[in-house]
Design a protein around this ligand. Structure first.
Ligand SMILES: Nc1ncnc2c1ncn2[C@@H]1O[C@H](COP(=O)(O)OP(=O)(O)OP(=O)(O)O)[C@@H](O)[C@H]1O
Length: 342
């Protein structure tokens, strides 16, 4: 059943990407100057979850590294490394420049100095989930260092811009912006078909079944691949020769639950408090959520930050938002979302 399990993993970067030629070309052209040893513009890549932001950014930087000897790439997930310090540390660590840095006592300026003095190859720095940074000033730090090209990945431009100061907003507004929309069903079908070809035995799934997975995934390639993975591994465990419709029926729900659990596990402590407030008292509007949240923590973040957390958690299907932007209420997601139809 499964020939190459890597191909079905969420973080897999394929040798060819489907239906993103314009975005690949756009991003490549933004980074192009770095191949001639010149500074490149910062690129901002935005779009809903599962639209290929990370995959396309990694694909483009990999291709660049194949073409040019003196270019490297480094990747930081800013959700996991959500402080300015952690992000800078992570980059330096990838460069092998952290041996004598003491996380507790080395000042932040020292990390910037190190990056400034870094004389390795020109490097593309991918800052994924950049809207999760507590202090987005790190974008400014990197923006001003010409030996690095920066790709900032976020779900929504507004969430990123609402939290940075005017100086950075004006810089970022003049940056190149690559937008990714949700995939159409036919596009998801092609993404799935490529994974099937690379990872599964022949004839284990029909074209019609792939169409139904694409339909249930509603434009989200992460979910589509997750459903395929869940179904294939169940069929494999049960030693079936094919993925049956019965297996597919539960696969969407299982894949969604797995992704949701992973997103829940990724919440940083303050987001977790916000989530718990909604779990205990929801549905609630942002102001009520903020009041509850403030009572629960010693060092509350600003109301604006909490709004971006709510937006993020909604994008990642941990919370559900209903109502207009003026009158919005948040609750936990309803787990009875669409499944793969028979
Ligand atoms: N155009 C594409 N061609 C092939 N595979 C793709 C394409 N777009 C996305 N994928 C695959 O779909 C999955 C999700 O993509 P990716 O992680 O890049 O989405 P994202 O927009 O960064 O999502 P999130 O905001 O949730 O991090 C990955 O396994 C990726 O390899």
């Amino acid at each position: 059943m499964i020939r190459d399990a890597r191909v079905l993993r969420a973080g897999f970067v394929p040798r060819e990407v489907e239906h993103r030629d314009a975005e690949v070309n756009h991003l490549s052209s933004v980074l192009e100057p770095i191949t001639n040893g010149e500074p490149a513009d910062t690129a901002i890549v935005t779009g809903p979850s599962g639209t290929g932001k990370t995959c396309i950014s990694q694909f483009v930087t990999e291709r660049l590294r194949e073409e040019v000897l003196d270019v490297e790439a480094t990747y930081v997930n800013c959700w996991r490394n959500y402080t300015r310090y952690r992000t800078l540390y992570q980059i330096l660590d990838d460069f092998g420049e952290t041996i004598d840095i003491h996380r507790q006592s080395t000042p932040h300026d020292e990390l910037i100095d190190r990056l400034q003095q870094y004389d390795g190859p020109r490097t593309v720095i991918i800052l994924d989930e950049v809207d999760q940074l507590e202090d987005p000033g790190v974008i400014y730090d990197l923006h001003s260092l010409p030996q690095f090209a920066v790709i900032c990945i976020a779900n929504k431009e507004e969430d990123l811009f609402s939290r940075v100061d005017d100086r950075l907003v004006s810089r970022l507004r003049s940056s190149e912006h690559v937008r990714m929309d949700k995939y159409h069903d036919e596009q998801l079908h092609d993404i799935l078909a490529a994974r099937v070809k690379g990872g599964l035995d022949q004839d284990v799934i029909t074209t019609n079944q792939l169409d139904r997975i694409a339909d249930a995934a509603a434009g989200d390639a992460r979910l589509a691949i997750g459903i395929l993975r869940t179904a294939a591994s169940k069929a494999d465990r049960e030693s079936r020769e094919r993925i049956t419709d019965d297996i597919l029926l539960n696969a969407a729900e299982d894949a969604r639950a797995q992704i949701k659990q992973k997103n829940l596990d990724s919440l940083i402590p303050h987001q977790r408090v916000v989530y718990d407030v909604v779990r205990e008292h929801g549905p609630l509007g942002p102001s009520e959520i903020y009041d509850h949240y403030k009572r629960k923590v010693d060092d509350p973040r600003t109301k604006r930050t909490i709004r971006t957390y709510l937006s993020k958690m909604t994008q990642y299907n941990v919370l559900e938002a209903e109502g207009t932007s003026r009158d919005r209420e948040y609750s936990l997601v309803d787990s009875t979302a669409p499944s793969v139809t028979q």
